[in-house]
Design a protein around this ligand. Sequence first.
Ligand SMILES: Cc1cc2nc3c(=O)[nH]c(=O)nc-3n(C[C@H](O)[C@H](O)[C@H](O)COP(=O)(O)OP(=O)(O)OC[C@H]3O[C@@H](n4cnc5c(N)ncnc54)[C@H](O)[C@@H]3O)c2cc1C
Length: 375
Amino acid sequence: MRFTLTDEQAAFRDTVREFATEEIEPRASELDRNEEYPAEILDSLGEMGLAGLTLSEEHGGEGGDLVDLVLAIEELSAAMMPVASALALHLGVATVVERFGTDEQAERFLPEMSRFETVGALGLSEEEAGSDKLSMETTAERDGDEWVLDGHKRWVTNFLDADVVLTYARTGPDEDAPHNISAFLVPTEAFEVDHVWETLGARSVKSPKVTLADVRVPDDRRIGSVGEAYVQRSRVDVGVNVPARAVGLARAALEDAVEHVTDRRQFDERIGDFQGVRWELAEMSSQVDAARLLTLRAADLADRGRDAGQAMSTAKFYATEAAVDVTNDALQLHGGVGYTAASDVERYLRDARLLTIAGGPNALHRDTVADAVLE
Ligand SMILES: Cc1cc2nc3c(=O)[nH]c(=O)nc-3n(C[C@H](O)[C@H](O)[C@H](O)COP(=O)(O)OP(=O)(O)OC[C@H]3O[C@@H](n4cnc5c(N)ncnc54)[C@H](O)[C@@H]3O)c2cc1C
């Protein structure tokens, strides 16, 4: 068993880190404050190949694995979490197209998705289908070679700048659940925007509520088998991006806290020399380590084709709660200045707070782990 990255993995991580440190981090605060979409940054990530990181080379991707994804997402999130979320959700959509779409769909959509020229967003959640996705009310009815979609989706991250939404809809009766849901790649122009929320964090990439009113979609935009899209989706492990985002935020907060307590003096001493502060840093550092190890383990298990469900859920709830704790502790160690936009830690805390909810609330991931433990 080895706990070190290969030279190739370390070099890849360093390339992403360099870009994140030089091109993203210096602009992150202002983009967040102005709620401005990081368009140029995402375009550059497309040029670097990150929008197709885990897609096969045959489809214009980089042929990377989930460990590569975790390494990249940690670096991007440490600089600016919403950049990591837009990229990861897009890759999740592209992965579903690659895994379950036809060869024709893969050829049609994936080369452009790999370069972020066609941007994907995920339309799964609805008002009545939050944690309980199978309660979705959006329907798709077949009419010849077309499907007629009717309903709404909410929290569609990156909708305003996306081109297509992977939209899940009911195509069969309740009693067939979960085999009653199909997925369609619907152009964003087909939706109407109902509401764009003001959010606590992740402010530069919006997640609006959108409506589909009798929208016709050709059958060649159906991704995966009729009725099986929800089940097929559960076989894709790109959800590991959520704990990876949490690791990035927690690490960034720890690094900023270390810098601050090293510079700041009170009572004629560096505050980092007080035992209470040293122990706090030790605790934060152990949380970052544990969160990263759990996340990499989950990715590695999935990469090796092993059942990663329990490991994914453990990483999800542990890492996201560690991110909330560590960013909050970092804010405390910054004192009053931590509570202002003059430091980054308040942004890290606001962004971290999303992650215990998105990607399925932690309560559901605890249930998955408890089921496995009690089995
Ligand atoms: C900013 C943002 C971006 C998002 N992006 C996307 C996206 O791009 N695409 C998409 O499809 N969705 C997205 N989501 C939706 C996200 O997946 C849902 O918010 C999440 O699944 C929870 O659903 P809900 O908000 O309706 O909460 P609810 O389902 O109402 O749950 C509320 C709370 O109830 C508790 N709870 C629920 N079920 C249980 C249970 N079984 N046991 C114990 N406690 C429970 C938990 O504490 C939970 O947090 C996003 C959400 C946000 C806030």
